[in-house]
Design a binder for this molecule. Sequence first.
Ligand code: SAM
Length: 280
Amino acid sequence: MKHIPKKNLGQNFLKTNSIVKRIIESANLSADDFVIEVGPGEGVLTEELAKKAGKVLAIEIDHTLIKPLQKKFENKKNVEIINADILKINLPELLGHEMSKYKVIANLPYYITSPIIRLFLETETPPQEMILMVQKEVAERIVASPSEIPAESRSAKRISRGKPGQMSILAVSVQYYAKPEILFEVGKENFDPIPEVDSAVIKITNSECGIPNAETKKFFRVVKAGFSAKRKTLINNLSSSLHLEKKAVEEKIKAVGLKPTARAQELSVDDWEKITVLLI
Ligand code: SAM
C-alpha cells in the first residue's frame, strides 16, 4: 500500500536521484564511517548511504514506515532501523563507547531543524560532520556573518559565507560550536509532495565538545539578552535584560571595539565572547 505523506512530520520525500548522489558525495563516505540518519522516510538516502558507509543507524518516528523500511533493508546487514523520536534519544547511550566517531546525514524534518542541530552540537560526543538538507532560508540564517568587523579579527574556524549583518541566535548558536557552510541549493520540485519552500544542503564541521558548562551558560545568557528586542540597540537590550547601567554597558561595548549604535545582528561569536567576559 502506498504511504500517504504526513505533513505534520515534515514528510517531503526526496525524489531526484542526482540530489541524493550529491549528498552522498559531499559526505565522502568510506567503510569506516558510522552514519546516523534522522528520518529515513522511505529510505532513498538510506539506500545510498548503506552502499558506502560501514554502518547506518536510521531513526524514524513514523511507525507506519518501519515495516517497509525493515523489508527494504532486510538483506543489508549494515543498516539498523530504529523507531523513535530523535529528540527523545539518549545520544551517548545510542553511540556507546566505541562509536565516538560518526557522521549525521539527513534530509531533516523542517519543523524541528534547530532542536535536531542543537542535539548534535550540545553533546559530549559531537559528530565529525553533519550533512543536512534544511529549508534554504534557514541555511542562510545559519551561515550568516556579522558586518563591519574586519575578517582578520575573527578566528578562521568561524568565518562563514553568509549574508553580512544578519546574525541571529541560531547563527550564533551553531557558529559557537562549529563551522557551517552551504554546499548547494535544492529546488522544491525535487520533493514529493512539493513543499512551499526551497531547500539547501549544509555541512557543519569542526564541532567541539558542546556540553554546556558555566561559561557557555553565561555566554548564551548574554546572547539572548542582546537579541531580546529586535529593533533596539545592543546597549538597550543588554542593560534592560541584564539589569545593568547603560553607561557601564556602553563602556564595555566600546572596549570590545564596537560602536555604541551596534545591533546584535552585527556581532560575531568572538565579539559575544569578549562582551560576556566583560559584562557578567
Ligand atoms: N530521508 C527521507 C527522504 O529524503 O526522502 C525522508 C525525509 S523527510 C523530509 C523527514 C523524515 O523525518 C520523515 O520520514 C519523518 O517521518 C521523519 N521525522 C519527523 N520527525 C521526526 C522525529 N522527531 N524523529 C525521527 N524522525 C522524524
